[in-house]
Design a protein around this ligand. Structure first.
Ligand code: ZN
Length: 149
């Protein structure tokens, strides 16, 4: 893959020094996501506030390629402490970028280091790697909301 050097460094940095890694308690919802084509696996826990609005913690464990693991770390950094509607907005922007085939001007305020993934959008086989953690957090939020009536 030919990613720009700067973006490649951002991804490698998150891969080597993942932010917030490890599964923590308490949590309100957990999700396990597998990307069989690449061998990526992620278990993610979300802790929502009492009113189910604020994402108070995201914790995770995972194995797999640098894209999948870096994406999880980037997501953690970008989404922690935000509310659920902000998460939806950020994840929509990330999805739009990943489906753009790399021709996109991503909103850096929303995506933060996530913009480093834009080069990955040119490689259809790797898009799922980048999206795996986003699907996991989304699922964990849905499970969090479903737990209490
Ligand atoms: Zn992968």
């Amino acid at each position: 893959m030919k990613l720009s050097n700067m973006y490649q460094e951002v991804i490698l940095d998150h891969y080597k020094s993942p932010r917030g890694k490890g599964l923590r308690e308490p949590f309100t919802g957990q999700s396990h996501q597998v990307n069989p084509t690449c061998g990526d696996e992620i278990t993610v826990r979300v802790k929502l506030s009492e009113d189910k609005n604020i994402i108070e913690d995201i914790s995770y464990e995972g194995v797999g390629c640098s894209i999948s693991q870096a994406a999880m770390s980037i997501l953690f950094e970008q989404v922690l402490g935000k509310n659920v509607s902000e998460f939806d907005e950020i994840s929509k922007e990330f999805l739009a970028m990943m489906q753009s085939k790399g021709i996109y001007e991503p909103n850096e305020d929303l995506l933060g280091d996530g913009i480093a993934m834009i080069g990955v959008a040119q490689y259809p086989a790797r898009i799922k790697c980048a999206l795996l953690s986003w699907m996991g957090v989304k699922d964990a939020i849905i499970r969090s909301k479903g737990e209490n009536k």
